[in-house]
Design a protein around this ligand. Structure first.
Ligand SMILES: [Fe+2]
Ligand SMILES: [Fe+2]
Length: 363
């Protein structure tokens, strides 16, 4: 049903204030959309209105997708206007899942289960949490800085990145709380090599470069580590922190994998470019050899982990064995994700340091 010209004329000639009402011209009313069992989610709306993100956006304003254009709108330069620049087919669903699974570090963690620990274990947990505060802060900053560059025609990606920033903010504060809550405190900031790995994420000048390094390599690593939280956590509070953070991280990794898959399927000529990002990021997967950590690389992550996994300063060899197991899992989960993304060929051209950890593919 359209708003007809008679109705408009009547409204304009009414005795009230003189209104322009041109926003009503040419409007067509359509069928209503009923909520489904899942509620009224974005994909329901998109399906009912045949509302899909365009392959390329000519929108140089803040105009939301599906609205009528006005030619004198203020121009805003969006750098990323091709769908393949940022898109992942799961981004709307990941956004909905993020909304449904928000949690509170204040009330969802059983803080009362924290108990006094031997000094070595308490300080190791505090150092690990201090390092994670630094990592999480970067993972909140980085996606946030890309949001304004993305076209409003691809708004689902913007929404997902906004939830990632919120998730990372919560991760920062839950690890900060744990460091400060049990008699230890914040410890030392990360050494140069860890900091420069974070810096390389911040300095990425292309969205896909950022996503490969952050979502696929970096967050893939921490996801594997958080999934081992049952062994790292010393109380139910810590185990629950790792479980909930892993739940969030799995969304961030899933976005990166599906973005990469979109590139593999729609812009196959970018494969070598993607491999160059992997060449640069892959060394962070293996930071030790023969029981020794390389230089100062990730000292603030690996050494406390060795102490926590082993069970204290008298069990460092056992802790190192556990690090080897985590590394094996990290490497194989990483390779599996790349295979899902259409980059199974990475297995044949990965850096030498990770080859000893590779397991045969399951057919
Ligand atoms: Fe995080
Ligand atoms: Fe994350």
């Amino acid at each position: 049903m359209a708003v007809d010209s008679n109705t408009l004329e009547m409204l304009r000639s009414d005795t009230g204030p003189a209104l322009d009402l041109s926003w009503l011209e040419g409007v067509e009313l359509t069928d209503r959309i009923a909520p489904s069992k899942r509620g009224l989610i974005l994909s329901d709306i998109a399906a009912a209105r045949a509302d899909t993100a365009p392959e390329h956006s000519e929108n140089l304003s803040l105009r939301p997708r599906g609205t009528r254009q006005i030619l004198n709108a203020t121009r805003v330069a969006m750098r990323l206007r091709d769908k393949a620049d940022t898109w992942a087919e799961n981004c709307a669903l990941l956004y909905e899942e993020a909304l449904a699974r928000q949690w509170s570090s204040a009330t969802d963690i059983p803080w009362e289960t924290l108990k006094p620990l031997p000094d070595d274990l308490e300080l190791a947990m505090c150092q690990l949490c201090t390092h994670l505060c630094e990592v999480e802060f970067t993972a909140a900053d980085v996606p946030g800085q890309w949001i304004p560059a993305i076209s409003p025609d691809h708004f689902e990606v913007k929404l997902f990145l906004a939830t990632q920033a919120m998730d990372e903010a919560r991760h920062l504060e839950v690890f900060r709380k744990r460091a400060l809550a049990n008699g230890g405190g914040l410890m030392r900031q990360s050494a140069d090599s860890a900091a420069s790995a974070l810096r390389s994420i911040m300095d990425a000048s292309d969205f896909t470069e950022m996503s490969v390094i952050t979502h696929v390599v970096g967050e893939g690593q921490v996801l594997t580590m958080f999934r081992m939280g049952e062994f790292v956590g010393l109380s139910e509070a810590e185990k629950k922190i790792f479980r909930l953070v892993a739940q969030d991280e799995s969304r961030h990794v899933a976005f990166g994998v599906m973005h990469l898959k979109y590139i593999a399927e729609h812009q196959p000529w970018r494969r070598e470019e993607i491999h160059s990002y992997l060449d640069r990021a892959e060394p962070s997967l293996v930071m030790h050899k023969g029981g020794r950590i390389f230089g100062t690389a990730f000292t603030e992550r690996l050494e406390p982990l060795i102490m926590l996994l082993g069970g204290g300063r008298d069990h460092l060899n056992e802790g190192m064995t556990s690090i080897e197991e985590i590394t094996r899992r990290m490497v194989n989960e990483y390779m599996q994700r790349l295979s899902v993304a259409g980059f199974g060929d990475r297995r044949g051209r990965c850096i030498p340091a990770i080859e000893p950890y590779l397991e045969p593919t399951r057919s």
